[in-house]
Design a protein around this ligand. Structure first.
Ligand SMILES: Nc1nc2c(ncn2[C@@H]2O[C@H](COP(=O)(O)OP(=O)(O)OP(=O)(O)O)[C@@H](O)[C@H]2O)c(=O)[nH]1
Ligand SMILES: [Mg+2]
Length: 318
């Protein structure tokens, strides 16, 4: 594959190149090393906004509304919808395309769903690289939509500058979110489907739960929206800008980006090590199994031996 050409295409903002590059990430292809090296310098300019929450609360509809605001300010935007809970579905793709139809023909908007078919570290590693591709391609606002409530979602939320938790009456309650650690990662809450009964209660419950937590430098606002009608989206767009400005001036944005890059490298390195370790273990497997069974070598010693062997295997591939 002509990775050089692909990189040039991404940097030139060519949509087909961007789509192909994201497919490489999905599949966890070996060409990723070269791709990453070719685009990294040009990424880091976009504002990355996460939209997370239970299935069907209206994340895509809210995102579509936000894009309209971004476009009205003459900025370009991309939406990346990921489902960290089901590695095999690309199922969200069609649905998201339908919901985003208003923007489907706008050259300043890029919409894409993503699954992790082969990426080593799963979505926690695939999402940030896909976001960097969009960033390097010149999209100025990137919305990362994640479905589900759980650890995977928290991981993906950690890859963004501003995390919005979307809720709706009757869909995923605040207690469940508190348990999943979602309240801690949220910068903004929006209770969507405000046209339905029970939205006020969700807002009240949420404010109460937030009140119980420790005081924070940034108090996450709790907003309401009826995304289907475009109501409340302007206020949400304002809150995102306010959060971005606060995070920039308080140094929080810089610290967050730095911390998540280090965490990503750590995870990448661990995944690579795991690969080498399993190869080494397979080669030494039967002898090691025998030694373990005969109690000549204990598990801790065996692990230490494996680390040494794997390090040697990486530095001296011959
Ligand atoms: N009544 C009402 N329905 C809404 C509102 N916003 C979105 N919906 C509807 O709720 C359904 C789900 O909306 P989506 O935007 O696809 O929700 P989502 O959270 O992206 O869904 P998944 O990606 O499948 O988790 C759609 O049928 C929307 O038309 C709203 O403000 N009020
Ligand atoms: Mg959606």
């Amino acid at each position: 594959m002509d990775v050089r050409g692909l990189i040039e295409g991404v940097l030139a903002g060519d949509r087909r190149a961007v789509a192909r590059a994201i497919s490489l990430v999905e599949d966890g292809r070996p060409e990723l090393d070269e791709l990453s090296a070719g685009i990294y310098e040009r990424a880091g300019r976009a504002a990355i906004v996460g939209l997370t929450g239970a299935p069907g609360v209206g994340k895509s509809t809210v995102a579509a509304g936000l894009i309209a605001h971004v476009r009205a300010r003459d900025l370009t935007a991309a939406v990346l919808a990921v489902d960290p809970t089901s590695p095999l579905t690309g199922g969200a793709l069609l649905g998201d395309r339908v919901r985003m139809q208003d923007h489907a023909t706008d050259p300043g908007v890029f919409i894409r769903s993503m699954a992790t078919r082969g990426h080593l570290g799963g979505m926690a590693l695939a999402a940030p690289e896909a976001v960097r591709i969009l960033d390097a391609a010149g999209y100025q606002r990137i919305f990362l939509e994640t479905v589900g409530v759980g650890q995977a979602e928290v991981d993906v939320a950690a890859a963004t500058d501003t995390t919005i938790v979307v809720m709706a009456p009757g869909l995923g309650d605040a207690v469940q979110m508190a348990k999943a650690g979602i309240l801690e990662v949220a910068d903004i809450f929006v209770v969507n489907k405000a046209d339905r009964d029970g939205a006020d209660e969700v807002v009240r419950e949420l404010r109460q739960m937030l009140h119980l937590g420790a005081a924070r430098e940034w108090e996450p606002p709790v907003l309401m929206s009826t995304a289907l009608e475009g109501t409340g989206i302007a206020e949400l767009a304002d809150a995102i800008e306010r959060h971005h400005m606060w995070a920039t001036t308080a140094g929080v944005l810089h610290a967050r980006r730095r911390a998540r890059l280090l965490r990503e490298v750590e995870t990448l390195a661990a995944e690579r090590f795991r690969e080498t370790a399993s190869t080494v273990l397979e080669a030494a497997g039967s002898a090691l199994a025998k030694d373990l069974a005969a109690r000549r070598v204990d598990p801790y010693r065996a692990a230490a031996m494996l680390v040494e062997e794997a390090a040697r295997a990486r530095t001296d591939p011959a």
